[in-house]
Design a protein around this ligand. Structure first.
Ligand code: NAD
Length: 470
C-alpha cells in the first residue's frame, strides 16, 4: 500500500495499481505511488465536469481567496515539501526551497488577478463589451524537472479563471504533486482539482477526452506534438511549453572572469535539466581560450552529491532514462569535441554526471543540435557576430536565449535578432510570475504567466448590446 493517494472528486483514494518512485541520488525506492487506471481517469474527469458549474459561478475573489489559502498551506509545510522534492527530483535542498518559494509566489500572484470585462465601444446606439468565460475541465500535464513550480503555474490561473482541473505529474516525480493534492482536498470544493498518476500511459486518454476543454502541457517537443494531434478531433484549446536549445552569445568585450560563473550557472541550473538552461555557448575567438579555461576551472570545483547533504551544489539527473541519454551525449561529445572538464558519470550509486565543458566542437555535433538536458555545455567559437546569430537561430527550438556584453546598446542590437520567446541581456533564466513566458518555433504554442497567461484559460466572448428598445 502506498502512503500517497490520488485526489478524485474531493476524496484521497488509493490507485488501482502502484508504481515505485526512485530516489535518483541512491537508486533506492523512495516510495510507492498510487497509479490510476482508465476507470479512475474517467472518474477524475467526471468529477471535474460535475464541479464546474458551481466553481465557475463562485465569485472570482472567493476563488482567489481559496488559492491564497493553498499558498499559505504550502508555505506552512515548505520544509517538508522541499525535502520530498529533493528526494524525488534530485536537486539540492536549497534549490528545492527556491522552487517552493517560486511555486508559492505563482499561486499568490494569480490569486490577486482579475478578469474584468473590457468595453470595446460605447456610443449612443450600442455598447460592446468583451468578457472572459472559463472553458470547463482543464488537463494539466507536467514534466519531472520542476514539478511543483510547473504544477502551480498551471493550476493557479486555471482555477482562478473558474475552470476545474485534472492534473497529471510525470511518473518519476509524482509525490510532491500528490502532497499538494492533500492540501487541495482540505481547501478546495470536491472535484475542483483532481490529481491522477500514470506510468506514461494515460496522457493520450486524458488529452483526447471529449469532456476536457483545454490541455496545458509542459514537456518535450516530441510529446507535445502527440498532444497536439490528440486534441484535433475536438479542437480543444491548447498551451504547449516544450523543449529548448537556448544559445548564449558572448560578445568580445566581456570580462571572462566575471562572465564565466554567470554562464556556467545558466547552463548547470537544475543539473542542466531546465527548458531554459543555456545549452549552447557562442564565444568570440579573441576570448575563446580564456573563457573555456575559466569555465573548465569552475566546473571542476562544483560539489556533486546527494541533494540532502549540506554543501551539495549539484545533484543527480532525475531518472535513469535521462542518465543513459546524457551518457550517450558524453560519448558523442568526446568524439566530436574536446572535453576539458568532467566527461564521466560518477562511479557510485545514483544518476550523477560530472559538470562537463566541451570545446572545439562543430555546429553539426549532436550535443549542439539536440537538447541535452544535462550538465554538459558545448562552447563554440565565432569570429563574426552575424554568423554567431545565424548559427544560434539555426534550430527548430526558440524558447530562450541571451546576449552578454559590457555595451548594452550593442547587446540589445544583437538580442533583437535572436528568434525566441525570451531573450535576456547579461543574464539568463530570470523569470517572474507577472512576465509572460512562451516559446517560439517548436518550443511551444501559447503563453503562461502574467495576465496573458491567465486569459489562456478563458474563452473571450463579445456582448454587443443595441441601446434601442427591442
Ligand atoms: P515528456 O514529454 O516525456 O513528459 C512530460 C509529461 O507528459 C509527463 O507527465 C508524461 O507522463 C506526459 N506524457 C507522456 N506521454 C504523453 C502523451 N502521449 N500524451 C500526453 N502526455 C504524455 O517530458 P519530460 O521528459 O518529462 O520533460 C523534459 C522536457 O520538458 C524537456 O524537453 C524540457 O525542455 C521540457 N520542458 C519545457 C518547459 C517549458 O516551459 N517550455 C519547462 C520544463 C520542461
Amino acid at each position: 500500500m502506498s502512503d500517497y493517494k490520488l485526489l478524485i472528486g474531493g476524496r484521497l483514494v488509493p490507485g488501482a495499481m502502484t508504481l515505485n518512485v526512485i530516489n535518483p541520488a541512491t537508486e533506492g525506492v523512495l516510495a510507492m505511488a498510487p497509479r490510476a487506471d482508465c476507470a479512475q481517469l474517467e472518474e477524475a474527469v467526471a468529477a471535474a465536469k460535475a464541479a464546474f458549474p458551481a466553481w465557475s459561478a463562485t465569485p472570482i475573489r472567493e476563488r482567489g481567496a481559496l488559492l491564497a489559502r493553498l499558498a499559505d498551506a504550502m508555505e506552512a509545510r515548505q520544509g517538508e515539501f522541499a525535502r520530498l522534492l529533493t528526494e524525488e527530483q534530485g536537486k539540492p535542498l536549497a534549490a528545492a526551497m527556491h522552487e517552493m518559494d517560486a511555486a508559492i509566489a505563482r499561486i499568490r500572484y494569480f490569486a490577486t488577478l482579475d478578469l474584468l470585462p473590457r468595453v470595446l465601444r460605447e456610443d449612443a446606439t450600442r455598447r460592446i463589451v468583451q468578457e472572459r468565460m472559463p472553458l470547463g475541465v482543464v488537463a494539466a500535464i507536467t514534466p519531472w524537472n520542476v514539478p511543483v513550480l510547473l504544477l502551480a503555474q498551471k493550476i493557479a490561473p486555471a482555477l482562478l479563471a473558474g475552470n476545474t482541473v485534472v492534473a497529471k505529474p510525470a511518473p518519476t516525480t509524482p509525490l510532491t504533486t500528490l502532497k499538494v493534492g492533500e492540501l487541495c482536498a482540505q481547501i478546495l470544493p470536491p472535484g475542483v482539482i483532481n490529481i491522477i498518476v500514470d506510468q506514461n500511459d494515460l496522457g493520450g486518454a486524458l488529452t483526447s477526452h471529449p469532456d476536457v476543454a483545454k490541455v496545458t502541457f509542459t514537456g518535450s517537443t516530441a510529446t507535445g506534438k502527440k498532444v497536439m494531434e490528440s486534441v484535433v478531433s475536438t479542437l480543444k484549446r491548447l498551451t504547449l511549453e516544450l523543449g529548448g536549445n537556448d544559445a548564449a552569445i558572448v560578445l568580445d568585450d566581456v570580462d571572462p572572469k566575471e562572465v564565466a560563473p554567470k554562464l556556467l550557472a545558466g547552463a548547470l541550473f537544475n543539473c542542466g535539466q531546465g527548458c531554459i538552461a543555456i545549452k549552447r555557448l557562442y564565444v568570440h575567438e579573441s576570448q575563446y581560450d580564456e573563457i573555456c579555461d575559466e569555465l573548465g576551472r569552475l566546473a571542476r570545483k562544483i560539489i556533486i552529491d546527494d541533494g540532502l547533504k549540506q554543501g551539495t551544489q549539484m545533484g543527480p539527473l532525475q531518472n535513469k532514462a535521462q542518465f543513459e541519454k546524457v551518457k550517450d551525449f558524453l560519448k558523442s561529445a568526446s568524439e566530436s569535441g574536446k572535453i576539458i572538464a568532467g566527461g564521466n558519470a560518477l562511479p557510485r550509486k545514483g544518476y550523477f554526471i560530472q559538470p562537463t565543458i566541451v570545446r572545439d566542437i562543430d555546429d553539426d555535433a549532436r550535443l549542439v543540435k539536440e537538447e541535452q538536458f544535462g550538465p554538459i555545455l558545448p562552447v563554440l567559437r565565432y569570429s563574426d557576430v552575424d554568423d554567431a546569430i545565424a548559427r544560434a537561430n539555426d534550430t527548430d527550438y526558440g524558447l530562450g536565449g541571451s546576449v552578454w556584453s559590457n555595451d548594452l546598446a550593442r547587446a540589445a542590437a544583437v538580442a533583437a535578432k535572436v528568434v525566441s520567446g525570451t531573450v535576456w541581456i547579461n543574464q539568463h533564466l530570470d523569470m517572474h510570475p507577472d512576465i509572460p513566458f512562451r516559446g517560439a518555433k517548436q518550443s511551444g504554442i501559447g503563453t503562461e504567466q502574467g495576465q496573458e497567461g491567465l486569459e489562456e484559460y478563458t474563452q473571450a466572448r463579445i456582448v454587443n448590446m443595441a441601446k434601442a428598445r427591442a
